[in-house]
Design a binder for this molecule. Structure first.
Ligand code: ADP
Ligand code: NA
Length: 329
């Protein structure tokens, strides 16, 4: 019996994943690969919708793939691919672009936000057609489930609409994918502004980049914003800073939040931060070493990505051939 398919991707737009990417996405990918036929993609085509430098992009693509591997994505079990290695992504996206209404695409809130932020002259058309490329990524692999954060929900809704539209007009071709959130997925907040999610767009001293010097991150944790109270209690509304630290501590140590609350009963915020800084360093140091090792083995990493691309081309090529045929190509 074949396993349900899952597809997910991350853009190679930073020198390092941050802890939110790791706990909110990568650890879920690692779990999902046990019960799914998973396709995990470094979406480099998407990343050129914003400013980029070719050599930086090339390096980030490799380091991003290396972080997937170091985090536990198993290339024997899952398909790890770089989007630009599989031409079918760009090819199917054109067909889907032609099936998307101009008004429909104009309603995408991410496009509206970003084009407003950058202005229409600095925004490429790729920013507008981004969701159709994302739809192609997902539909090419006949994905049943797509783990997505809130920010990608509208794009997945469009993907479902496009799959249904294509199937209705040209005959059953695509699996209509479902959004999928693994139970217990952590949301990580910025250490300095704990009402906002940790994000590379905020960056700065509230964001823990996994590949940064461990002592830099330890310092960020020790300087995290807390409230003026004394009690170490999980209460996101009243104590967002402390609650965020407890979430991180729990995820990295495997202890439950209740266990941590009990362990820190009567202790101060400083104790919690100091201990969490150590827990983080114990996690990040071997992760960082592993990433470096994987990146240093150029041939080994190339071979893993070549195998992933080959498997991906087989699956995606079959879907594309059917879709092209149905369209009349
Ligand atoms: P960023 O917000 O830093 O640009 P991305 O949008 O590239 O991050 O997100 C990549 C993946 O990481 C997505 O699956 C997203 O849902 C997840 N993710 C990003 N930030 C967080 C966070 N603070 N907490 C949990 N998951 C997150
Ligand atoms: Na984001």
């Amino acid at each position: 019996m074949s396993l349900p398919r899952v597809f997910s991707g991350m853009q190679p737009t930073a020198d390092s994943l941050h802890l939110g990417n790791y706990l909110g996405a990568l650890t879920q990918w690692v779990k999902l690969q046990e019960t799914h036929d998973a396709f995990y993609c470094v979406v480099d085509l998407h990343s050129i919708t914003a400013d980029f430098e070719p050599e930086v992009l090339r390096q980030r693509t490799r380091v991003t793939a290396a972080q997937f591997l170091a985090g536990g994505v198993d290339p024997e079990r899952s398909t790890l691919l770089v989007q630009s290695h599989v031409a079918a992504h760009a090819e199917l996206s054109w067909v889907l672009t032609c099936l998307t209404g101009f008004g429909e695409a104009s309603r995408m809130t991410q496009f509206k936000d970003k084009s407003q932020r950058y202005g229409t002259d600095r925004s490429g058309v790729g920013l507008f057609t981004y969701p159709m490329l994302m739809a192609a990524d997902i539909l090419l692999y006949q994905s049943h489930r797509v783990p997505v954060g809130e920010d990608q929900r509208q794009h997945l809704e469009l993907t479902r609409d496009l799959a249904q539209r294509f199937n209705t007009r040209f005959g059953e071709t695509f699996v209509v994918p479902e959004p999928y959130i693994v139970k217990g997925t952590a949301k990580i907040y910025d250490l300095q502004t704990p009402d906002k999610q940790m994000s590379k767009s905020l960056g700065g001293s509230g964001c823990l980049y996994l590949l940064d010097e461990p002592k830099v991150n330890a310092k960020k944790i020790r300087s995290a914003v807390t409230d003026t109270g004394r009690e170490i209690r999980f209460d996101p509304a009243e104590k967002p800073g402390i609650s965020n630290l407890l979430t991180i501590y729990s995820a990295l140590s495997g202890q439950t939040v209740e266990q941590l609350e009990a362990a820190y009963d009567g202790k101060g915020y400083g104790d919690l931060k100091k201990d969490l800084a150590e827990v983080f360093v114990e996690f990040a140091t071997p992760f960082r070493d592993k990433v470096r090792q994987i990146v240093a083995d150029t041939e080994g990493l190339d071979a893993v990505l070549a195998r992933g691309a080959e498997r991906a081309r087989t699956v995606a090529g079959e879907t594309l051939a059917t879709a092209y045929d149905r369209v009349g190509f």
